[in-house]
Design a protein around this ligand. Structure first.
Ligand SMILES: [Zn+2]
Ligand SMILES: [Zn+2]
Length: 322
């Protein structure tokens, strides 16, 4: 048996690539918690007394997020929200019941809602309308689903008086998104990704990603060590054609194999590099305009928000004004 490199007592069960350490379960979990705490404190993500709304997808990341948050913050101030997408062949009720039991065990309140209930059109509705109008898929289900979930989390955060919206994005996700925004030259989004960026509307609740310095393989392993039940069914809309994100993931994993710790160092460097620009932008006190149809905030210079625009595209003005 190999002893844990940290406590030198218990049996090592995980090899942490970026530190080169072999750790036992307790020391590994403690390391993840410390890395989350370091991010939370450094960027003042959660202040004492903050009410935190957590987007719960039912995957390993949301499980690890709920667990660590319950260890570092008052559970009575945490609310989980699960959003049913409305996709045939992608039955979520079993997963949601399972997550509800996990929340109960952690003393976290948990709410279930659906895209249809909140916004009128499920993911399937959106795709069917689109097929009817264009005869083919112009906008991916993931685009609609992502925008809809984000909207709903923000609406619930306001409704429940939450100070922050937490999501389970991990280090791999965050590095991919940073690089995608760099490749697109989207400076506004790039700065918005930084944990110190302000929201630019009273109607938006600040989003935080406490797991942003934790590798995806680490959240997967932490969930596995806790006997977390991984969801078996896969969303039928998952596209086969490799997206930019999927390709980046491959390249980054390869770099990580050659030079462990690459993504963690990249995150630390780019966070530091962007910080002065984020602070300048925060001082500008930009206020986003409101969508003329639904009243939610939208990007500067736009009349409609992204959500209304999507619905408009598949329905057309005539039907929606009727
Ligand atoms: Zn140990
Ligand atoms: Zn709108």
């Amino acid at each position: 048996m190999t002893k844990c490199d940290r406590c030198k007592v218990r049996e090592a069960i995980v090899f942490q690539h970026h530190t080169g350490l072999r750790l036992c379960k307790e020391c590994f979990m403690d390391d993840l918690r410390q890395r989350v705490l370091q991010q939370v404190r450094k960027y003042r993500m959660i202040l004492p007394g903050d009410r935190v709304l957590v987007g719960v997808s039912g995957g390993k990341d949301s499980y690890v997020l709920l667990k660590i948050l319950s260890e570092i913050h008052d559970s009575s101030k945490i609310i989980g929200v699960m959003i049913e997408e409305g996709i045939r062949g992608y039955n979520r009720s079993e997963v949601f019941n399972y997550m509800k039991r996990i929340c109960n065990a952690l003393n976290i309140d948990c709410i279930l809602t659906s895209i249809k209930e909140e916004l009128g059109y499920s993911v399937d509705d959106f795709m069917e309308l689109q097929l009817k109008k264009f005869g083919r898929i112009e906008i991916s289900a993931c685009t609609y689903c992502g925008i809809a979930r984000r909207r709903i989390l923000n609406i619930y955060a306001r409704r429940y008086g939450a100070d922050k919206v937490a999501t389970g994005h991990n280090l791999d996700d965050e590095v991919q998104t940073y690089i995608i925004n760099i490749l697109r030259g989207d400076i506004m989004r790039l700065l918005q990704l930084h944990p110190l960026s302000n929201v630019h509307s009273k109607l938006l609740v600040k989003r935080i990603k406490p797991l942003r310095a934790v590798y995806e393989y680490e959240t997967a392993f932490a969930a596995y060590l806790d006997n977390f039940r991984f969801q078996e069914s896969e969303c039928p809309y998952i596209v086969q054609r490799p997206t930019l994100r999927a390709r980046l993931r491959e390249v980054l994993n390869e770099l990580e194999r050659v030079k462990p710790g690459t993504q963690l160092r990249f995150l630390q460097e780019i966070d530091m590099l962007l910080e002065p620009f984020v602070e300048t932008q925060n001082r500008n006190n930009l206020t986003l305009p409101l969508c003329t149809r639904c009243g939610e905030p939208t990007a500067p210079g736009r009349k409609l928000c992204k959500f209304c625009e999507l619905i408009d595209t598949v329905i057309g003005m005539t039907n929606i004004e009727a």
